[in-house]
Unconditional design. Structure first.
Lengths: 136, 610
């Protein structure tokens, strides 16, 4: 099984990030993990390397509620630069919110692959990563 | 033809001897009867009478001769005489027996009284007619002396006042006139006696014999003698009690409904199209704060007080009803009161009379004060809005609760799972540190949520009159050390006489939050200034809290500024709780928060007090 090369975790909850990294490592689902504590930081990383596909992530696990730039805002900005990106990036919204309004809103974004509710189990995580892998 | 002495007598004279034959006749007699002396001489006197009187007359003559005496003219018998041509005339005859040479003869003076008789008869008839008319007239008629004594009264007068004729003639009209009407009556009579007036007419009251009042229409004229001196008054008296009663009943019934309406707090108006005058009831005027004599009877008194924004609809509604398109006129409008304020009025009216061409001639209606209702309506609408807002907040809150509690429980689950599988001691310790942090954070979250719930469920919160200036000073003192450390100056420009009716803890918390926010989000390149002052906007107190800090991108964050757990600046100590709680507290005090901001210039929060 070929491992996912680069995964981004965009989340301000450091306990969740610690746990998620641990799970990904233990289960050997991913080679490189990059963590950003809000949308803006992730965007600032992506924008300069937009043309170098090999540095771009294969998958983004995006939190919804974050300071400075939340998940929605990140998606809005990402939508703008997406046409220039020559790589299929799977974006998963990962949130504790079970607010139907959020779930509904998520369906409006074509860039979103799915909406996952925290906490994510290891089975779910494996499924997500293998799905992404199969696409490549 | 020779003249005899009796030819000089004023009347026709006929000389008759004892046996009844005519011996002589004067020229007048001959002319009266149409005979020549020759023809008449030797004829019986009865020749000059119609046949039907013959027998009776022979007897009269016999009786007279048996006991002859002079009978004067005028007391004479009214007889009928016959001329030569057979025509007859009424004659008055006086007889004078005289003796000439021991021979008794009778001189009969004859006078034609046909014309007199005719006149007399006519007079008699007209007198009878007048008497009948006077006596039996349906209208009361009376002759009254200049002093007021009843001289002559007819049956109708007696019936109207309930007295017998005899009784009434013993009184004066003054005796039975209502005291309130007497003066005017006497005044008129005086004017007539002084020749200033020919007649007068008035409605007045008499006391009926039984004590009750009778209303009459009195018409008086005056009879004068040949020299123009007053003789007596001629009065015509018509009983109008029934009409008066009807008038009174109508008036009473109008008064009753007016009273009923006014009793119910409604002002009454009554518009007469013919005169274009409006009757405004006392209550109508007092509704607007006016005394009865402060408002006239023109339509303008109403129309000039209608709020300019309402008059158009008013006229439209009124027009619709007047044209018969609506069964009643109904409109809500504002009327300007004496004190310069407007009152909301429910105006209801109805056309109750139309002229021959169908145009309204009379419209009546009521005004009721619905200011309170309108106010309540507004309050109700506002409270529905508030409740909807609260509901939305609670929904939002429920999601926040679920989100925040879920993230913590999720973390617990994750850490515990990992901990079970972890062998590395160092990693294990790290996880335990995280577990402790997570527990602490959960605790804090629950505390925040509890604070918010407290504000939401507290419907009856203690309020006091609080000096805004004092409270700002108090909060500034609490923050003194921090403010100094952060190079922040608070300018309390609120006047000492500004008081707010507020919950003390909320006011403290709100001020603390804004002042510490101003300090926290200060601009690094300059010393922070926070200026607090108040002003009145639309009669409401507004507190401005202006800083010269880094500002907020309102275009981006306006919708989230007061949301729970929303942070914007990436400050590690920002919790996203303060503004949320502040907003809830202000709203719990029925106020509002507004915000203006410019990046790198500063932010002004405005607290609108109720």
């Amino acid at each position: 099984m070929k491992k996912i090369d680069i995964a981004f975790i965009v989340d301000d909850d450091k306990i969740y990030v610690f746990g998620l990294k641990k799970l990904l490592t233990i289960n050997n689902l991913c080679k490189n993990i990059l963590v950003f504590e809000n949308g803006e930081k992730a965007l600032n990383y992506i924008t300069p390397i937009i043309l170098s596909s090999e540095q771009l992530p294969d998958i983004i696990l995006l939190d919804l509620n974050m300071p400075v730039m939340d998940g929605w805002e990140f998606l809005d900005e990402f939508t703008k630069i997406n046409p220039k990106i020559n790589k299929k990036i799977e974006i998963y919204m990962v949130s504790s919110s079970i607010n139907p309004a959020d779930i509904e809103k998520a369906k409006q974004y074509e860039e979103l692959t799915d909406y996952l509710i925290k906490p994510i189990s290891i089975d779910e995580l494996s499924k997500v990563f293998s799905a992404t892998q199969d696409l490549q | 033809m020779h003249k005899t002495f009796f030819d000089f007598a004023p009347d026709a004279v006929i000389v008759v001897e004892e046996g009844g034959t005519i011996v002589d006749a004067s020229q007048r007699a001959l002319k009266l009867f149409g005979y020549t002396k020759k023809e008449l001489k030797g004829e019986f006197l009865e020749t000059l009478m119609p046949d039907e009187y013959l027998q009776a007359h022979k007897k009269h003559r016999a009786d007279f001769l048996r006991e002859p005496k002079t009978r004067e003219m005028g007391k004479g018998l009214d007889l009928v005489a016959k001329r030569r041509d057979g025509s007859t005339f009424y004659a008055e005859i006086s007889l004078s027996p005289i003796e000439i040479d021991g021979k008794r003869i009778i001189l009969a003076s004859v006078r034609d009284v046909t014309e007199t008789r005719k006149l007399y008869n006519q007079l008699k008839v007209s007198n009878e007619q007048f008497k009948g008319a006077f006596e039996y007239s349906a209208i009361g008629m009376a002759l009254v002396s200049t002093e007021g004594n009843w001289l002559k009264v007819n049956k109708s007068v007696c019936n109207i006042v309930g007295y017998g004729e005899e009784e009434l003639l013993r009184t004066t009209f003054q005796d039975i006139t209502h005291p309130d009407d007497l003066n005017l009556d006497l005044e008129y009579l005086g004017e007539m006696l002084r020749g200033e007036r020919e007649t007068y007419q008035m409605e007045k009251r008499y006391f009926h014999k039984k004590g009750h009042i009778v209303w009459v229409l009195l018409s008086v004229s005056m009879a004068k003698d040949a020299d123009g001196n007053p003789l007596h008054f001629v009065s015509q008296i018509k009983d109008v009690s029934e009409r008066k009663e009807a008038d009174k009943a109508i008036k009473e019934s109008e008064q009753r409904w007016q009273f009923a309406l006014e009793g119910a707090g409604e002002g009454v108006w009554d518009w007469d199209a013919k005169t274009n005058k409006v009757f405004f009831s006392r209550q109508w005027k007092s509704l607007l704060g006016y005394e009865d004599d402060e408002i006239g009877d023109s339509l303008e008194e109403w129309s000039k007080r209608v709020h300019p924004d309402d008059i158009e609809q008013c006229n439209a509604d009124l027009g619709k009803h007047m044209r018969g398109e609506t069964p009643i006129y109904l409109n809500e409008h504002r009327l300007l009161c004496k004190d310069g304020k407007y009152k909301w009025i429910m105006d209801r009216g109805k056309v109750i009379g139309r002229d021959d061409e169908g145009r309204p001639s009379r419209v009546i209606g009521t005004h009721s004060d619905i200011t309170m209702q309108k106010l309540k309506e507004k309050e109700l609408r506002q409270s529905v809005e508030t409740i909807s807002e609260q509901n939305a907040r609670l929904m939002n809150f429920a999601h926040i609760v679920s989100h925040n509690l879920r993230s913590h429980t999720g973390n617990f689950q994750l850490l515990v799972d990992l901990l079970a599988k972890e062998d590395d001691e160092e990693e294990k310790n790290q996880m335990i540190v995280f577990l402790r942090e997570n527990a602490q954070s959960l605790n804090e979250t629950i505390k925040h949520l509890n604070d918010v719930v407290q504000i939401q469920i507290n419907t009856s919160i203690l309020r006091e009159e609080l000096s805004l200036k004092n409270y700002i000073n108090k909060v500034t003192d609490v923050l003194r050390a921090e403010l100094n450390k952060n190079n922040t100056i608070v300018h309390n420009n609120v006047a000492a006489d500004v008081f707010v009716n507020y919950n003390p803890a909320y006011l403290e918390s709100i001020l603390l939050n804004f002042i510490s926010n101003g300090m926290k989000y200060r601009h690094k390149e300059r010393s922070a200034q926070i200026i607090l002052d108040t002003k009145m906007v639309d009669n409401k107190l507004v507190l401005n809290i202006a800083d010269n800090g880094i500002g907020i991108n309102l275009e981006k964050y306006k919708g989230k500024l007061f949301g729970l757990y929303k942070t914007f600046h990436g400050n590690s100590d920002a919790r996203g709780v303060g503004l949320f709680i502040t907003k809830n507290q202000v709203e719990a005090m029925e106020g509002k928060i507004e915000v203006e901001s410019e990046i790198n210039v500063g932010t002004t929060f405005k607290i609108l007090f109720k």
